[in-house]
Design a protein around this ligand. Structure first.
Ligand code: PHE
Length: 452
């Protein structure tokens, strides 16, 4: 039998999982969701969701993946053969496939901005110019598709190289660089005039802004940002070694991911308010705000403005890449295990299929604008459906599986590494995964979808 691949080290495992979690979800999606739902109050609910829903479901996914030693698409067939639970695995594969499709569209935008920054294209532009340029670019029928294609190929190549050489090595180098750059940019943003208003927006809660829709968004953002609910981290956990500490890894990933999101907020909001861009500008927010930060914070030193903008888009594209490879891996590993195609062939099938989704999602912002589902364009619909419905629903059933169905002894073995660590925590965890997490998700659904 073919030997199953493994992450080479514990830190490699943590960084690979964190690489999956940290991505456009933190830097692109978190700020615009926060902006649309009123700022600080939304963030508080988000933090609550991370703690009560996100971390427990992550530990559950880790234990499923490592115990089954299979990707999510086949893990339930290994753990509880002959049951309908296998559909939970397929659900994850389908969700990942859809997310990968539209996520790569935005990842492609980062390449366009990198290209533009590299050619020194931001120089001398006003905030109005950036708003106009983004609109023209995202509605263009050709250009975004080229970048979409380039990004898919980059993901594809890394996936074909395999687990340790591709994913792990890559994450190990990129993650720390990303973090340092974000901190530097945070300082730049705070130094802009009037930045205090942005910080207030970010840190002073106004609870009147909270309603069912913002709760659903916070819950969706939790699952999206932590890569949960589709078996992505459970697939990565199948490459963890026996002595990887699941609870510790989950908390590390949760903390890293949250810090990056908050840092992104510290970069975006002071800058947006400083140059007069509304925080609720939607998915275009970082693409119209950031170029201004570079322009204004270093207006006296164009070379620094240039270097920082190039570095930032490199970093954003790389953060997106460590996430796209993790989504891609879910389907590739599944096709490989299920149909016994080579990894290369499995990866090609996934890439080709999701390219179709990506093309439609991208065109839906321009020429296919009038095509709507439930009053949303295709791009918006895919985002809503996957992040706010499919991922939390997947998370709900993962919690039910571990809390109510799966033999508790297996959970115990995984969480305590065979009874050696975290024995007391286990009881707390079981309580949360059995009651709090599923009821929490139901409560959010009931509120957000208008049943209450
Ligand atoms: N967590 C990733 C991000 O924040 C997105 C993602 C979602 C990755 C689902 C994998 C699975 O960008």
């Amino acid at each position: 039998m073919e030997k199953r691949a493994n992450f080479g080290s514990k830190i490699g495992a943590i960084l690979a999982a964190a690489g999956s979690a940290v991505g456009l979800g933190n830097i692109w999606r978190f700020p615009y969701e926060t902006g649309a739902h009123g700022g600080a109050a939304f963030i508080l609910i988000y933090l609550l969701c991370i703690l009560l829903l996100g971390i427990p479901v992550m530990i559950a996914e880790f234990s499923i993946g490592r115990h089954a030693k299979a990707s999510t698409g086949s893990s339930y067939k290994v753990l509880v053969p002959g049951t309908a639970w296998k559909y939970l695995g397929y659900w994850g594969v389908l969700t990942g496939f859809l997310i990968f499709g539209y996520y790569t569209v935005v990842a492609g935008w980062t390449l366009e901005y990198l290209f533009d920054a590299g050619l020194n294209g931001f120089i001398g532009k006003t905030p109005q110019d950036f708003i106009h340029d983004f609109q023209a670019f995202s509605e263009n029928p050709i250009r975004p598709l080229i970048w979409l294609f380039v990004f898919m190929i980059m993901t594809h190549v890394i996936i074909v190289k395999g687990v340790q050489k591709g994913i792990e090595k890559f994450s190990k180098i990129m993650m720390p660089i990303l973090f340092i750059l974000l901190i530097v940019l945070g300082f730049c943003s705070i130094s802009l005039p009037n930045s205090i208003e942005g910080l207030k927006f970010l840190f002073m809660p106004d609870f009147s802004k909270i309603d069912g829709a913002s709760m659903l968004s916070a819950c969706g953002q939790t699952f999206f940002s932590l890569s949960l609910g589709m078996g992505c981290l459970s697939t990565y956990a199948s490459y963890f070694s026996r002595d990887t500490k699941l609870v510790k890894t989950a908390f590390s990933v949760g903390i890293i991911d949250t810090m990056v999101a908050i840092l992104a907020g510290v970069i975006i909001f002071p800058a947006a308010i400083s140059v007069g861009i509304q925080p609720d500008a939607g998915p275009s927010l970082i693409f119209i705000t950031l170029p201004n930060v570079f322009q204004q914070a270093f207006s006296g030193a164009p070379i620094i403005a240039y270097l920082f903008s190039v570095m930032f888009y490199v970093l954003l594209a790389l953060a997106a890449l460590t996430s796209t490879i993790s989504m891609h891996e879910v389907s590739t590993a599944f096709i490989h295990e299920q149909f016994h195609f080579t990894r290369g062939r499995s990866a090609s099938m996934m890439t080709m299929g999701s390219l179709m989704v990506g093309i439609i999602a991208s065109l839906s912002l321009g020429v296919l604008k009038n095509l709507t589902i439930f009053n949303m364009g295709i791009f918006g619909f895919l985002d809503y459906l996957t992040a706010k419905i499919m991922l939390p629903l997947g998370g709900f059933f993962i919690a039910i599986f571990v809390g109510w169905y799966w033999n508790k002894q297996y959970s115990y073995e995984e969480i305590t590494n065979g009874g050696t660590i975290m024995k007391h925590f286990f009881k707390v965890y079981m309580f949360v995964i059995k009651y709090i997490a599923p009821l929490g998700i139901l409560f959010v659904f009931a509120n957000g979808l208008g049943f209450i």
